[in-house]
Design a protein around this ligand. Structure first.
Ligand SMILES: [Zn+2]
Ligand SMILES: [Zn+2]
Length: 279
């Protein structure tokens, strides 16, 4: 599956597309985020750092879903209060596009549904709400406020300047899943199902995957407010950490660990981490 290629407007490197339908890609040499206009590429930003991952999947991973072979060509990474997850962009050999969602070792494959019918306003979508979609009844099981963290590789649309958004997860009695991406109005509707990792028959996985999966990753950063060293467990998954010394809430995903929230009146606070705990 070889697609067209073009020149990176930033560094001049040849940027080859795995998929001819790609609208956005990243330059493998200078990390520019590039958007395609016909045969030209426009630089719209830069990948600040490789999006964190604890997944064995990578660009170029191949697999099989319902007997159809696919290649992983892109990724969007989101953060939420308990960590992060990746939406891997799959391109099937017939040129169609799908998504493999990998969150905390739980995998699902889904497809964008055009013309899904009317969807209630975001404010009306709350846990327990039932919706009739594609001839089936779905119940909202979760709404998840999330934050766009980054992209890599080829995507079917422009996706580089996002902020906060809310996702809604719905399930049918038969085990089908629907995700509403409410960053768009009307929301993007993805329909699919949970999949067993082994049944995807994935090849060309990351070689260090075993290590990533089986050992807890720990790194330390320095609190930019008080200078104490702060341990980040599950590096790459943790989004927010709390400095045990000054109780600042730090963004572990930003370079230099930006302070998200700090507490001036420490003396009046209950300790966030029990004394004696290794923080
Ligand atoms: Zn470049
Ligand atoms: Zn601190």
């Amino acid at each position: 599956m070889s697609g067209p290629s073009a020149q990176c407007p930033s560094c001049g490197a040849e940027v080859a597309f795995r998929w001819s339908g790609a609208v956005q890609t990243t330059c493998g040499y200078c990390d520019s985020i590039l958007v395609r206009h016909g045969t030209d590429l426009e630089r719209v930003g830069k990948v600040s750092e490789p999006p964190p991952t604890t997944s064995p999947i990578q660009l170029g991973t191949e697999g099989r879903y319902e007997g159809r072979r696919f290649t992983v060509v892109g990724r969007i990474v989101y953060g939420y209060e308990r960590g992060g997850w990746s939406e891997w962009h799959l391109v099937f050999y017939d040129g169609s596009s799908g998504w493999l969602s990998a969150a905390m070792l739980e995998y699902s494959v889904s497809f964008l549904v055009e013309d899904a019918g009317p969807i209630p306003y975001e404010a009306q979508i709350t846990r327990g709400l039932r919706l009739r979609l594609f001839g089936d009844t779905y119940e909202v099981t979760d709404t998840t406020p999330a934050r766009y963290l980054g992209t890599e590789g080829e995507l079917p649309w422009e996706y580089h300047d996002r902020g906060d958004m809310t996702f809604a997860d719905l399930k049918s009695a038969g085990g089908r899943v629907v995700t509403l991406d409410q960053s768009e109005d009307p929301p993007l509707v993805f329909a699919g199902e949970y999949v067993d990792f082994d049944e995807l028959s994935l090849e060309n996985l990351r070689e260090d995957a075993g290590e990533v999966l089986h050992h807890e990753q720990v790194r330390t950063l320095n609190c930019p407010r008080c200078g104490s060293s702060v341990e980040v467990r599950q590096a790459g998954m943790s989004v927010n950490v709390v400095c045990a010394s000054c109780a600042s809430v730090l963004d572990a995903t930003s370079p230099g660990a930006k302070v998200l929230q700090s507490f001036e009146k420490r003396a009046h606070l209950e300790p966030l981490i029990p004394l004696g705990a290794k923080g």
